[in-house]
Design a protein around this ligand. Structure first.
Ligand code: AHR
Length: 493
C-alpha cells in the first residue's frame, strides 16, 4: 500500500472553476445527431420535435452547461441556410462517412435542444468553405430582434424572438481540415471575420479563435502576438488521447493490454504539460488572463468498433475511460484560471461519448458517471493544494499515481481523486492547515478495468457510496483503490 499526502488551506482559493469546463460537443458525425440526439418527429422512440427525450433527461442529469455544434470538420462545410425553413436542402457529409444528410436538424432544432437542456449554445462558424457574409448573416438571423430581412425570415420560420448566443467559434482546426492555413494567414482571416461577427441580441458574445493542435506552441505565439481581448475572448486547444500515439493504429476500445492502458494514461497526462506551456505563452502577452483557453475537443480516440462505419467513429467506453475523464477534468480544474471551457468529444455515439444508443436502448457510459460525480465542482472556487504522491514507473514511462482537484462552494469542500495504478491502492492523508476536517461523505467509481456498460441492461460501472475513509485526529485518511475515481465532500472547521 502506497501513501500520499495532501495539504491545503481552505481559505486559499485560486480561481473559479467555470462550469463550462464540463461542456460537450455534438457534430454531424456518425450517430451523434441523426439516429442519436435527433430521431425525427415520426420516430417510435419518445421524442419532442424529433429530439430524444431520454437523451435530454440524461444530459440534464449531468447539468450540461454548454454544447458546441455543428462540428468539428463538418462545421467548415456547413451552410446554415440549407438547414432552415420547411424545404431543407440535403448535403454531402464528405468528412464523416460520405453520407447525404437531410439537413432536418438545423439552427432552429439546435437552439431548441439547448433550450430543453438549459445550456448555452456554442456555434462553430464556417471559415473554411464559407464567407464573411454567410457568417455575419447567420448572426443576424439568430440574434437580430427587429425587422431586418433575415430576422423576418426567422420569424416566418416560427421563431419570433431572437436567440441569445454566448459563444461563437470562428473556424475549426484551421491548421488542418478547416483550411490547412499557416497561423499568420489564419490570424488575418480571423481579424476580418470577427469584425463582421456582430451580435445584435446581447453584448457579451465571446468570440473564440481557432487555437493550436496539441503542442503546436508557435500557433499560440502567433495568435497571441496578433490578437487582443478586443478581438478575442478565447482561443481553442484540441488534444486527443490516442493510446499508441499512432493514428493509423490507435488501439482498441475494449481489448487492451496493461501496457496500452498505461500508454493511455501517460498520453492523457500530456494534457497538463501542453496546457501549462500554452498558458505560459499566453501569460507573456496577457498576464491578466483576459483571453481564455477553451479545450473544445478532448477525449480518447480508439480504432472504430469492428463492423461499424469507419467514418462514424463509434467506440465503447470502459473503466479506463472513466480514469481518463477524471484525469482530464482534474487538469482543467487545476488550470481554471486560464481554461474557461472544455468540450468532451463527443456527447453521444462518437469517440469518448457520455451516452451510446442502439435503437431505442440508451446506455450511460462510465464517462457519464464521472461527469455526474464532478458536478459539485461546477462554478466552485479552486483551492490551492500541495500533493506529495508516489510516482509509478510503467513500461518505461513515469507518471503520478494520483490526479486530484479540490474546490469549495457554499462552505463545503469537494475533492476528486483518481488512482491510475492497475494493482496498488493508495492511502491519502488529508491535512487541512487550519482546523479540523469533519462531516466527510464519499463516493467511488471502480470496476475491473475492461468493464463497460452494454445494452444488456447491466450497469457494471457506476457511482456507489464509499466508506473507505477514517478520521485521524484533525486529519482524514482516504483509501483510493487501484483504478478508481473517488470523491470526498467535507467541511473544514
Ligand atoms: O471529433 C472528431 C473530429 O476531430 C472533429 O471533427 C475535428 O475537429 C477533429 O479533428
Amino acid at each position: 500500500m502506497k501513501t500520499a499526502y495532501l495539504k491545503f488551506d481552505s481559505n486559499r482559493t485560486v480561481s473559479k472553476i467555470n462550469k463550462e469546463i464540463y461542456g460537450h460537443f455534438s457534430e454531424h458525425l456518425g450517430r451523434c445527431i441523426y439516429n442519436g440526439i435527433y430521431v425525427g418527429k415520426d420516430s417510435s422512440i419518445p421524442n419532442v420535435d424529433g429530439i430524444r427525450t431520454d437523451v435530454v433527461e440524461a444530459l440534464k442529469e449531468i447539468e450540461i452547461p454548454v454544447l458546441r455544434w455543428p462540428g468539428g470538420c463538418f462545421a467548415d462545410e456547413y451552410h446554415w441556410k440549407n438547414g432552415i425553413g420547411k424545404a431543407r436542402t440535403p448535403m454531402l457529409n464528405s468528412n464523416w462517412g460520405g453520407l447525404v444528410e437531410s439537413n432536418d436538424f438545423g439552427t432552429h432544432e439546435f437552439f431548441e435542444l439547448c433550450n430543453m437542456l438549459g445550456c448555452e449554445p456554442y456555434l462553430a462558424g464556417n471559415m473554411g468553405s464559407g464567407t464573411v457574409q454567410e457568417l455575419s448573416e447567420w448572426l443576424e438571423y439568430i440574434t437580430y430582434g427587429g425587422d431586418s430581412p433575415l430576422a423576418l425570415e426567422r420569424k416566418a420560420n416560427g421563431r419570433e424572438q431572437p436567440w441569445k448566443l454566448k459563444y461563437l467559434g470562428i473556424g475549426n482546426e484551421t491548421w488542418g481540415c478547416g483550411g490547412n492555413m499557416k497561423p499568420e494567414a489564419y490570424v488575418d482571416e480571423y481579424r476580418k471575420y470577427q469584425t463582421f461577427a456582430k451580435n445584435y441580441c446581447n453584448g457579451d458574445m465571446v468570440k473564440i479563435a481557432c487555437g493550436p493542435n496539441s503542442d503546436d506552441y508557435n500557433w499560440t505565439e502567433v495568435l497571441m502576438q496578433n490578437l487582443n481581448e478586443w478581438h478575442t475572448g478565447a482561443i481553442t486547444l484540441h488534444y486527443y488521447t490516442v493510446p499508441t500515439g499512432d493514428w493509423s493504429h490507435k488501439g482498441a476500445a475494449l481489448s487492451f493490454s496493461d501496457e496500452e492502458y498505461y500508454q493511455t494514461i501517460s498520453s492523457t497526462l500530456y494534457m497538463d504539460e501542453i496546457i501549462t506551456k500554452h498558458s505560459a505563452i499566453m501569460d507573456k502577452y496577457d498576464p491578466d488572463c483576459k483571453i481564455k483557453l477553451v479545450v473544445d475537443e478532448w477525449g480518447c480516440w480508439y480504432d472504430v468498433e469492428e463492423g461499424t462505419n469507419p467514418g462514424f467513429l463509434y467506440q465503447q467506453n470502459t473503466m479506463r475511460d472513466a480514469i481518463v475523464a477524471a484525469i482530464n477534468l482534474n487538469i482543467f480544474n487545476s488550470h481554471s484560471k486560464r481554461v474557461s471551457m472544455a468540450n468532451l468529444a463527443q456527447v453521444m455515439n462518437v469517440l469518448q461519448a457520455t451516452l451510446i444508443s442502439d435503437g431505442e436502448r440508451l446506455v450511460k457510459t462510465p464517462t457519464w458517471y464521472v461527469f455526474k460525480m464532478f458536478l459539485p465542482h461546477h462554478d466552485a472556487e479552486l483551492i490551492k493544494t500541495s500533493l506529495a504522491a508516489p510516482e509509478l514507473e510503467q513500461y518505461g514511462k513515469a507518471m503520478p499515481m494520483l490526479s486530484h482537484s479540490l474546490s469549495k462552494k457554499d462552505g463545503k469542500l469537494y475533492l476528486t481523486v483518481s488512482n491510475c495504478s492497475l494493482d496498488e491502492d493508495c492511502t491519502l492523508l488529508l491535512d487541512a492547515e487550519c482546523g479540523r476536517i469533519t462531516c466527510a461523505k464519499s463516493q467511488i467509481i471502480t470496476a475491473p478495468i475492461h468493464d463497460y456498460n452494454d445494452f444488456d441492461g447491466k450497469v457494471n460501472v457506476s457511482i456507489s457510496d464509499y466508506d473507505g475513509f477514517e478520521q485521524a485526529d484533525d486529519k482524514l485518511m482516504l483509501n483510493v483503490p487501484a483504478h478508481s475515481v473517488v470523491s470526498l465532500c467535507f467541511e473544514n472547521q
